[in-house]
Design a protein around this ligand. Structure first.
Ligand code: AMP
Ligand code: FE
Ligand code: FE
Ligand code: ZN
Length: 286
C-alpha cells in the first residue's frame, strides 16, 4: 500500500517530516508522497530518513489556486497536487513559492486585525507559535478553539475563517492554469486534488470543468480520497479514462489536526496499491 497525499509540520500537518517517514514505515507503506501546501521543505527534510528506511518517497506539493471569476463572483478555490518535482527546485520555482508564502503572511496580518475588530483577542505572535513559518487558517482555527472562542476546529471555519464567514480576508492566489504550468515547468505532474471539494452538483458541469483543466495541461486526478464516496470514485475514474488522466489517491493526512484521518487508510477504507504510483511514473515517461 501507498499514500500519495500527506502533510507535515512544514505546512499544516502536525507530524515532523522524519516522524511522518517513521509512521509510514510502521504502517507498512511502500511509498509515500509528501504534499505540503505551497512548499517542498518537508520533503527535503524527510528525504534522508526515507532513504535510510528504504521508503520510496515522492517529492510533492499541494498548491492553492483559483478558478476565473464567473458572474461577478470570485472563482472557486482549487487545490492542485504536483508530483516528482525537481528536488531541490529551481531558483525560479523557489522564488515563486516564496511569493505565495509572503502573500499568506500578509493575509495573516490582515486576518488578525479583522478578528480583533470582531472582538476575538488573538495576536499574530500567538498564531505563529502554532504554525511557525507556514502559518495558515488551520492554525488560526486551532488557536480559536484553544482560547475558547469556538468549541471545534470546524466551527472556527464556519463562523470565522471560511470564505463565506465573517472574518474571511482574501489573499493573492495563482490561477488554476498558472498552478498547472508552474508544476509542469518544475518537471512535476499536475493532478487535481479531491475533486469532490469543487462542490459542483451537476455531474455534466463537473465534467466540463475537469475537461477545461485538462485543456490547461492537467495530467491526473485524485480518484481516491477520504472525502470521496464509492460513487464519486467511479465518476472520477470514468473522467480519468475519458480524458486520459492518470489516477492518484491519498489520505490527506494532517496528523492530530484531523485525527479521524489515518495515514494510508484515511477514514478506514482507503487502500491504494503500489501500481497506482507505478502507472503515475509511467505516465510521465510516456
Ligand atoms: P490558507 O491557505 O491559510 O488560507 O488555509 C487553507 C486551508 O484551510 C485549506 O487547505 C484547508 O485545509 C483549510 N480550510 C479552508 N476552508 C475550510 C473549511 N471551510 N473547513 C475546514 N477547513 C478549511
Ligand atoms: Fe491542509
Ligand atoms: Fe487540499
Ligand atoms: Zn492536502
Amino acid at each position: 500500500m501507498i499514500d500519495l497525499h500527506t502533510h507535515t509540520t512544514a505546512s499544516d500537518g502536525t507530524f515532523e517530516p522524519r516522524r511522518l517517514v517513521n509512521a509510514a514505515c510502521e504502517a507498512g507503506l511502500e511509498a509515500l508522497a509528501i504534499t505540503d501546501h505551497d512548499d517542498v521543505q518537508g520533503y527535503e527534510e524527510a528525504a534522508g530518513a526515507a532513504r535510510d528506511n528504504g521508503l520510496d518517497l515522492v517529492c510533492g506539493i499541494e498548491l492553492s489556486t483559483r478558478l476565473p471569476r464567473t458572474a461577478g463572483r470570485r472563482g472557486k478555490s482549487v487545490h492542485i497536487l504536483g508530483y516528482f518535482l525537481d528536488a531541490p527546485p529551481s531558483e525560479s520555482f523557489r522564488a515563486w513559492l516564496k511569493q505565495i508564502q509572503d502573500a499568506r503572511r500578509d493575509r495573516n496580518r490582515r486576518l488578525v486585525e479583522r478578528l480583533r475588530d470582531l472582538g476575538v483577542g488573538i495576536s499574530l505572535e500567538e498564531v505563529q507559535e502554532i504554525g511557525r513559518n507556514m502559518t495558515g487558517r488551520p492554525h488560526f482555527a486551532k488557536l480559536l478553539v484553544r482560547k475558547g472562542y469556538v468549541s471545534s476546529y470546524q466551527e472556527a471555519f464556519d463562523v470565522y475563517l471560511d470564505e463565506s464567514a465573517k472574518a474571511y480576508v482574501q489573499r493573492l492566489e495563482p490561477s488554476v492554469p498558472e498552478g498547472i504550468w508552474r508544476i509542469r515547468s518544475g518537471n512535476g505532474v499536475a493532478v487535481l486534488a479531491h475533486p469532490i471539494r469543487l462542490k459542483v452538483r451537476d455531474p455534466d458541469e463537473e465534467a466540463r470543468l475537469i475537461r477545461w483543466m485538462c485543456d490547461e495541461g492537467l495530467q491526473g486526478i485524485e480518484v481516491h480520497h477520504p472525502d470521496q464516496a464509492p460513487a464519486d470514485e467511479l465518476r472520477y475514474l470514468a473522467a480519468a479514462e475519458k480524458l486520459g488522466l492518470a489516477v492518484t489517491g491519498g489520505s490527506d493526512f494532517h496528523g492530530d489536526l484531523k485525527p479521524q484521518v489515518k495515514l494510508g487508510t484515511g477514514t478506514g477504507s482507503l487502500a491504494i496499491p503500489r501500481e497506482v504510483l507505478d502507472r503515475l511514473r509511467d505516465s510521465v515517461r510516456a
